[in-house]
Design a protein around this ligand. Structure first.
Ligand code: DLL
Length: 441
């Protein structure tokens, strides 16, 4: 049973969510031309790709011409690390964030002051869409730091006029104490962490159903309708899905409205396409494929046709809320091997890079992911040489510590480590099976 909340009057920033379609397409095309010109003038990689196709920004005649533009992929950000994709001089860049790359280095994203204002507006529209308003007390348990979740949600909620508690992630018992003592009405965190909060509160003899909390803004990892039901039944709140990714802006690319029928993409800012990830051909609305996004406003680091690797479809039917913005279906899987562990993105290749830096290890490893009491667990098993195994206990412990440091340095995660003898990890005849993901969402 969910707690009753009045639906507030429409927030002024949300008016653009309801633009008549013809007007929305006009806005999109005007912005597309601007951003493509900006990227062409300032980003060498983009200009080179356009020139290879004998394309000039002026060749864009309608929105449909977007399919002629080259794609951008995560490795482009790695290859131009750290500033190569920037379209603004450093003097105009006021913020950086970073996210996992596929190997040792993170990928870096940059914002001008105007970009931060636009992002805040997207977050205001996100919060407003699910009924958050001034007077709400928002516990922001997304991580503050290089991750975009903390600061993105923070500035959006503040700009909306809500009272923000910048608690960041972790320290579960303190989260529960503050949830109760401060009379928190809105929580922002990953859905799995909120399930963990429900369980821990029960262990402490507390019931979130009896607290004023009534809205959860959950994202940064895949979740399911089943998890939504468990969250809502276990806490009496309404659970809303928020989607975003660092390369595009952070959270606030798409957000569910009170109808909970899939996140609406803020299309006037982020233009969505769906492609077949093998043939790269565009697919029509309603067909499942890889989401490709173009930032229509971002000045510091425009992303043109960025391949998100997230698999979804664009919902063709209009939502009952009346927004003209299309919705995405829940994202349940990706077209690459990226894992999300407690909201942290992890590529198996990062673990490999970390292991191979340390002498005494062999290039055979396995990553085992599970979920206990709502929290993801991560174990890395790695084969070590016979010499390393026959070393003293102290020597082995030293190796274990070195490996842990190396993995944490690259991924930010501290997995349980298990050193095993050569040829212990099962060999596969084809592709090595690096990841065993036992989580049931
Ligand atoms: O996770 C931004 C974010 C923060 C979104 C807070 C929502 C809330 P990254 O760390 O770059 O950015 O990870 C982006 O996470 O490509 C998806 O694979 C996944 N993801 C994000 N939101 C959702 C969601 C942030 N609602 C990657 N459902 C994306 C499923 C999600 N997957």
């Amino acid at each position: 049973m969910s707690k009753n909340r009045e639906i507030p009057p429409m927030h002024p920033a949300s008016a653009v969510d309801f633009l008549p379609l013809a007007q929305l397409r006009d806005v999109q095309f005007t912005r597309l031309k601007f951003i493509v010109q900006r990227a062409y003038d300032n980003v060498a990689l983009f200009r080179k790709r356009m020139n290879e196709r004998k394309l000039k920004p002026g060749d864009l005649r309608t929105m449909e011409d977007i399919v002629k533009l080259p794609f951008t992929v995560k490795t482009d950000l790695r290859d131009t690390y750290p500033y190569g994709m920037a379209a603004s001089p450093l003097q105009e860049i006021v913020r950086f964030h970073a996210s996992s790359g596929t190997t040792g280095k993170p990928i870096v994203v940059a914002y001008t002051k105007e970009d931060l204002d636009d992002w805040t507006r997207a977050m205001v529209r996100s919060f407003a869409a699910c009924g958050v308003h001034s007077g709400d007390i928002v516990q922001n348990a997304y991580g503050y730091g290089l991750f975009t979740g903390g600061l993105g949600a923070h500035y959006g909620a503040e700009a909306l006029g809500a009272s923000v508690i910048p608690i960041s992630g972790g320290n579960t018992d303190r989260q529960i104490m503050i949830l109760k003592d401060f009379g928190v009405t809105v929580i922002c965190c990953t859905p799995s962490y909120f399930l963990h909060l429900i369980e821990r509160a029960a262990e402490l003899g507390m019931d979130i159903k009896e607290m004023p909390l009534s809205i959860g803004v959950f994202g940064a990892e895949p979740w399911t309708e089943n998890m939504r039901e468990r969250i809502e039944a276990g806490s009496g709140i309404k659970a809303y899905d928020i989607y975003g990714l660092s390369e595009i802006v952070g959270p606030g690319v798409a957000m569910e409205c009170t109808h909970q029928a899939g996140p609406h993409i803020f299309e006037d800012m982020f233009y969505p396409e769906i492609i077949d990830s093998k043939t790269l051909e565009p697919l029509s609305d309603g067909t499942e494929g890889e989401l490709v996004l173009t930032t229509l406003c971002k000045r510091a680091m425009p992303m043109i046709r960025y391949r998100t690797r997230d698999i979804t479809s664009l919902e063709p039917a209009r939502c009952a809320c009346g927004r003209t913005l299309r919705r995405i279906r829940r994202i349940g899987r990706r077209s690459d091997d990226m894992l999300i562990i407690r909201g942290v993105n992890l590529f198996p290749s990062q673990i490999e890079a970390a292991l191979l830096k340390v002498e005494g290890t062999l290039p055979h490893y396995q990553i085992i992911v599970d979920r206990q009491k709502g929290l993801d667990t991560l174990e890395v098993q790695v084969e070590v040489t016979n010499e390393a195994l026959s070393d003293t206990v102290g020597g082995l412990e030293q190796l274990q510590k070195q490996l842990a440091r190396s993995i944490e340095g690259i991924t930010g995660l501290r997995p349980a480590l298990k050193l095993v003898a050569p040829r212990t990890i099962q060999r596969s005849e084809g592709k090595a099976r690096r990841v065993i993901d036992k989580r049931i969402l």
